[in-house]
Design a protein around this ligand. Structure first.
Ligand SMILES: C[S@@+](CC[C@H](N)C(=O)[O-])C[C@H]1O[C@@H](n2cnc3c(N)ncnc32)[C@H](O)[C@@H]1O
Length: 228
């Protein structure tokens, strides 16, 4: 997979993309990350990428030319072009699964008050990572990258994300490791029983219980999907 980031702050990606699983995915040749500073594509003397909004009002607006020019330099054939934007489609695990199958993803990261509306025409999708406003799209695209890349086959063992929260439609069951007892807190007996069927049943029960308590909204969809 090739992932391109159109950004005014390419250095922000250095830390995140060069650590842990995202770094290993790159070293294994499964994914390539490319940052493009679209300031380099501005069409004026001072490389200005923003301007005052027509009609007045607070804040500056990203100009279309630098973003369009930068996009012209990238091979976007068949790419998913994701415009980071609080009013976009909410990002979730299903969406991450869908995107993990793409060959090329381009993230367009806004800044300032927002985009010139014409920039939206470049996007295949507008995406939000939650109902809050960040100063720029960089952290949103890094969060999405992390969620997407770990789902690409070969990046981590498939078993380790199959039971993840949301993958099954439920929240994940509790985990325990050694010691068996710590400060009076004991590991549930069933996990020490060696009986895989009972352990499986207990985990399913715990997943349902946790989802019911914390995210009853998920349970509604889970019930619907499991009735089919
Ligand atoms: C300060 S925000 C602009 C918010 C805009 N005025 C609005 O109300 O929708 C600047 C940029 O940060 C990014 N951003 C902010 N919040 C985001 C979110 N929840 N999800 C994805 N991107 C976000 C977008 O790229 C956005 O253009």
């Amino acid at each position: 997979m090739n992932i391109h980031y159109l950004t005014l702050f390419p250095e922000m990606y250095d830390g995140v993309l060069n650590q842990s699983i995202l770094k290993r995915a790159k070293e294994k040749g499964i994914v390539n990350y490319h940052t493009v500073n679209f300031r380099d594509y501005a069409e004026n003397k001072h490389n200005q990428v923003d301007d005052y909004p027509y009609g007045g009002g607070a804040g500056m607006v990203l100009k279309p030319e630098p973003v369009y020019n930068a996009m012209d330099e990238i091979n976007t054939r068949n790419a998913r072009v994701l415009l980071m934007c609080p009013s976009g489609r909410p990002f979730d695990q299903k969406f991450a699964e869908e995107l993990s199958k793409e060959e090329t993803i381009v993230f367009i990261n806004g800044h300032y008050e927002g985009y010139d509306e014409r920039i939206r025409n470049l996007a295949t999708d507008e995406v939000s990572i939650g109902d809050y406003v960040l100063t720029g799209g960089e952290l949103a695209s890094m969060t999405m990258t992390d969620a997407i890349v770990r789902l690409i086959p070969g990046v981590i063992e498939e078993e380790s994300h199959m039971d993840d929260s949301f993958s099954t439609g439920l929240l994940e069951y509790p985990h325990y490791t050694r010691p068996r007892e710590y400060r009076g807190m004991k590991v549930p007996d069933v996990l020490l029983s060696g009986n895989h069927k009972l352990i499986e049943e207990w985990r399913q029960e715990q997943s349902l219980k946790k989802t019911k308590e914390r995210r009853p909204d998920l349970l509604e969809n889970f019930d619907k999907n499991n009735k089919k």
